[in-house]
Ligand binder design. Structure first.
Ligand code: ATP
Length: 439
């Protein structure tokens, strides 16, 4: 086992041990690389969604939110090309019968058994999940679970043009579940069949589309560095070669993250051209275009799409935050250097003993701080063990209440990263956290 593998396994085991993510249907032995998020993972995913929404929607005057249905008229997926083209190349290993995505095979070697160049020919495998709507399971009632949220924005283009009181360029943004019958899900929450996407379709004039593609590449890249605090050397932008492009794309750039096994896609920023609006105009018979008021002619806008998975971001954050540090005489601590905006718990309140007078003070502090921050109160185990646990879940600050607190009305604040401790009066706590965490 190499170092990279150890780290991957460590992150997965920390996640299960502490309550970030568990195998779904755990008591039945799990199910096909699906995951349920625990109390920490749920909170962290919510923080990621909120930060994305703030950056992409709330802080911009020309991006508007949408919540579209997961199950739509199947004509949407015929017109979008997904029924015929949303495929991955599938091969079987003739030695071990494992099934793999052909474009994931390296050096013609089977990832399962290691045999060389012994695969079936490639065949296309469609990733759409099919279901039936209503009581009769026949072809007339087939519907699909959406494999991307994007089509919800395209089919609502006219509704938005008529209601938002804003001319192009404008964007429509959505956060929601998508489903793909992936050939080889795995690598924890990196690739799953049910996942959550955050996507934005930015409609613009064709002649401005290259400019806006560059614009969104930079905006999105900077967001990872400035807001999610992912170190620059763990990120890169990679432009797709022509042979890699999806059926709808004129050009795509990926923001890649250096995962424990190497570089992998974190977010795709695609130039979808007029592919989707033109396809849905044909499919629906409705004119999905916009008026150029100067020339009084209609044109089909082009679309730039930043698209990312919440689960994949969470995994990238865990990878970049995970650390094992030697603290004294061979003693080690595991910690997550999470940004405070992502950490599931921002402040832990730890009375040094279970004595009633200390509990009363500690619980009083928790009640006040809970109004503004994510707070955990914990009075079990030794203080050392409680600090280790908070380090492992990435809590930026711990407050300990001790017997001196009864006399000086002060508590100790411990910083996760430096382990420095500072004595501070209880009345100054709100100002301290306003300065360090914001409101
Ligand atoms: P890949 O090449 O990894 O299969 P893709 O290029 O098909 O991904 P897109 O269609 O561009 O992915 O989807 C946009 C984003 O959605 C991806 O960058 C990723 O963050 C996320 N995503 C896509 N598929 C999955 C999946 N199966 N599990 C988790 N996240 C996913």
């Amino acid at each position: 086992m190499n170092d990279k593998q150890v780290k991957f396994d460590d992150i997965v085991s920390l996640s299960k041990r502490r309550g970030i993510a568990f195998p779904s249907s755990d008591i039945y032995g799990g199910f096909q690389s699906t995951w349920d998020y625990g109390y920490l993972g749920t909170e962290m995913k919510r923080n990621i969604r909120d930060l994305w929404w703030k950056n992409v929607v709330q802080e911009r005057e020309n991006v508007f939110g949408i919540e579209a249905a997961i199950i739509t008229n199947p004509s949407v997926w015929d017109a979008s090309g997904h029924v015929s083209n949303f495929t991955d190349p599938l091969v079987d290993c003739l030695d071990c019968n494992g099934r793999f995505r052909a474009d994931h095979i390296i050096d013609n070697t089977c990832p399962e058994c290691g045999s060389k160049s012994n695969f079936t020919d490639e065949r296309n495998f469609n990733l759409l999940f099919k279901t039936f709507v209503g009581p009769v399971e026949d072809n007339a009632n087939v519907a699909y679970l959406r494999p991307e949220t994007a089509q919800g924005m395209f089919v609502n283009f006219l509704n938005y043009q008529n209601t938002i009181r804003h001319k192009i360029p404008f964007g429509i943004a959505q956060i929601g579940k998508s489903f793909r019958n992936e050939i080889t899900p795995g690598q924890f929450i990196f690739r799953t069949r049910e996942f959550e996407q955050m996507e934005m379709e930015f409609f613009c004039r064709p002649e401005e589309s290259v400019k806006f593609h560059e614009f969104w590449k930079n905006e999105r890249y900077n967001w990872y560095i400035e807001t999610l605090m992912i170190p620059k050397d763990k990120l890169r932008i990679r432009d797709h070669g022509k042979d890699e492009l999806s059926h709808y794309s004129d050009a795509t750039s990926d923001i890649e993250f250096n995962f424990p096994w190497g570089w992998g896609e974190l977010e795709g920023i695609a130039h979808r051209g007029d592919f989707d609006l033109t396809a849905h105009s044909k499919g629906s018979g409705k004119k999905l275009n916009t008026l150029d008021t100067e020339s009084n002619t209609h044109f089909v806008p082009h679309v730039i799409e930043p698209a990312v998975g919440v689960d994949r971001i969470l995994f990238a954050i865990l990878c970049s935050a995970y650390d094992v540090e030697e603290i004294a005489d061979g003693e080690k601590r595991t910690l997550l250097h999470l940004p405070a905006a992502i950490a599931a718990v921002q402040i832990a309140i730890l009375p040094l003993s279970k004595k009633e007078e200390l509990k009363t003070i500690a619980q009083g502090i928790a009640t006040v701080l809970r109004k503004s921050y994510r707070v955990e109160y914990d009075e079990t185990q030794s203080i050392g063990k409680r600090y280790r646990r908070q380090d492992e879940i990435g809590t930026p600050y711990c407050i300990t209440v001790d017997f001196d607190s009864l006399d000086d009305n002060s508590v100790t604040i411990r910083d996760r990263d430096t382990m420095k401790q500072e004595r501070i009066n209880i009345t100054a706590l709100e100002t301290f956290f306003k300065n360090s965490l914001g409101t």
